[in-house]
Design a protein around this ligand. Structure first.
Ligand SMILES: [Zn+2]
Length: 480
């Protein structure tokens, strides 16, 4: 049996970052593009993105959101209208200046986010309170010029969705922002099996142009935090500069209150870093493009019999609603195939050989634990249902236990430094609410406030920087 794939992946303990890159490249999720900071999402990676996309898209639409598409290019005069927004994005915005050899009369920004272009259109479409709420989402890519590339986590161009909504009141817009954050949380936990902490960003960490940024934060296996999704209450700031006004119920012109919210293909990075192991990717069944793979094992004299049965089995499982692949490739050995599908994270492997046929059974192997079990042929569909559920919930429980084991309390900067030096993770501590303390902690420990959890008010503890009693209990961590 060939161990070539397994040997090619750097163990996590040795170098987590290299392990991550190995999994991305060897599982063919992505490859480096010949453009600075860009990746190519390859078919196995894109299939995961499509599964994420369809799951979220359905959830958005259930709340009344509709999809649309806006231009990639934003005229400078529109892009620069909201001061904080342009200030936040300015260093990473690429500009289009020429068409052929001719210089354009106005520079065009390649969108880093679409608040300004979408808001400009909202201003045309919204006249009265009867036009509200307006709930629009677009699936697209955006560009933010990055110095260093980390596949899926930080790339110049990335795939995402951005939702943009307009409402009559602050209350409604905030409700929408929180509602969408809860959709992200539910999707991450129930489908991606990734436990998250939801809460609010500090002013320093919030989105450029937002009044408040809500976030879901997940812990990776190296103890670092990954911001998995954000949702913003934008207030009426964009509405005022873009003139998004409506005739209100009292007959007066009012500015709309807005929300925007997004997740990106960094969720694929989160899946890798939360569930993966030294053999490669481990995919939760609900998001896995292939939930199971059938590997037939035969010699020349049993080939037809085994393959015939394997095809019937695939048919049967597909009809029962499972996403099952039959690996019929002749040029690879079963051992090679085992390693390859393990590396690609397929939740269940089904082995089928002549002896299995004789005893009317198949062998099931779980990707997450490696456990093998023989299953009677006629019980296979039922057992597969149960096993996929066990894997799904097992992955979530394992990730949650890991986060708990790697979450520490601290009441001084020294303690945070000690925790970060010994073993990275989340640090729960009080925070007085002062920006100066946040900056000091960041400079001395390399950690940032990931969020002020929604349930943070009870007994905040002291601020590690100033020692005053905290206003909030917050999560500090190093982050991707
Ligand atoms: Zn303080």
């Amino acid at each position: 049996m060939s161990n070539k794939f397994v040997e090619a992946i750097t163990p996590r303990e040795e170098n987590f970052s290299r392990w991550y890159t190995d999994v991305v490249l060897k599982a063919q999720l992505a490859d480096y593009a010949p453009i600075r900071g860009c990746i190519v999402v390859r078919p196995p990676g894109f299939a995961i993105w499509e599964a994420i996309q369809s799951g979220l898209d359905r959830r958005f639409k259930e709340t009344g959101v509709e999809n649309a598409y806006f231009p990639l290019l934003i005229p400078e005069s529109i892009f620069t209208r909201e001061a904080e927004h342009i200030e936040g994005f300015a260093p990473e915005v690429p500009w289009v200046t020429h068409a052929g050899t001719e210089e354009l009369p106005e520079r065009l920004a390649i969108r880093p986010s679409s608040e300004t272009i979408i808001g400009t259109m909202f201003a045309r479409w919204i006249q009265s309170y009867r036009d509200l709420p307006m709930l629009v989402n677009q699936w697209c890519s955006v560009l933010r010029w990055e110095k260093a590339t980390h596949p899926f986590l930080r790339t110049s161009e990335f795939l995402w969705q951005e939702g943009h909504t307009c409402h009559e009141t602050e209350e409604e817009a905030r409700e929408r922002a929180v509602q969408m954050l809860h959709i992200y949380r539910e999707f991450l936990e129930d489908v991606l099996a990734i436990p998250v902490i939801s809460g609010v960003k500090s002013d320093r960490e919030k989105f450029a142009g937002a009044v408040d940024t809500y976030t879901v934060e997940a812990m990776m296996q190296d103890g670092r935090a990954l911001q998995a999704g954000t949702s913003h209450y934008l207030g009426d700031g964009f509405a005022r500069v873009l003139d998004i006004q409506f005739l209100g119920r009292k007959g007066e012109l009012e500015y709309v209150h807005q929300s925007s919210w997004g997740v990106s293909h960094r969720l694929i990075g989160a899946l890798i870093m939360v569930h993966g192991d030294d053999r490669g990717l481990v995919l939760p069944p609900r998001v896995a493009p292939n939930q199971g793979v059938i590997v037939p094992i035969y010699r020349d004299d049993s080939r037809d019999r085994v393959l015939g049965e394997a095809r019937a089995l695939r048919e049967e499982l597909a009809e029962a609603g499972f996403r099952i692949h039959l690996d019929e490739r002749e040029e690879y050995t079963p051992g090679w195939k085992f390693n390859e599908w393990e590396m690609r994270g397929v939740p269940i492997r089904i082995e089928l050989g002549p002896r299995d046929l004789d005893s009317d059974q198949v062998m099931l192997i779980r990707r997450d634990t490696g456990e093998k079990e023989p299953v009677a042929r006629d019980a296979l569909a039922d057992r597969t249902t149960d096993l996929l559920e066990e894997i799904q919930s097992g992955l979530y429980r394992r990730a949650l236990a890991f986060r708990k084991e790697n979450t520490y309390a601290a009441s001084s900067v020294e303690e945070i430094i000690e925790i970060m030096g010994r073993k990275r993770g989340f640090v729960e501590a009080g925070w007085c609410g002062n920006d100066a303390c946040e900056v000091e902690i960041k400079e001395k420990t390399g950690t940032t406030i990931r969020c002020i959890p929604f349930d943070s008010t009870e007994d905040p503890g002291v601020c590690p920087a100033c020692g005053e009693s905290g206003e909030y209990r917050v999560i500090f961590a190093r982050a991707y």
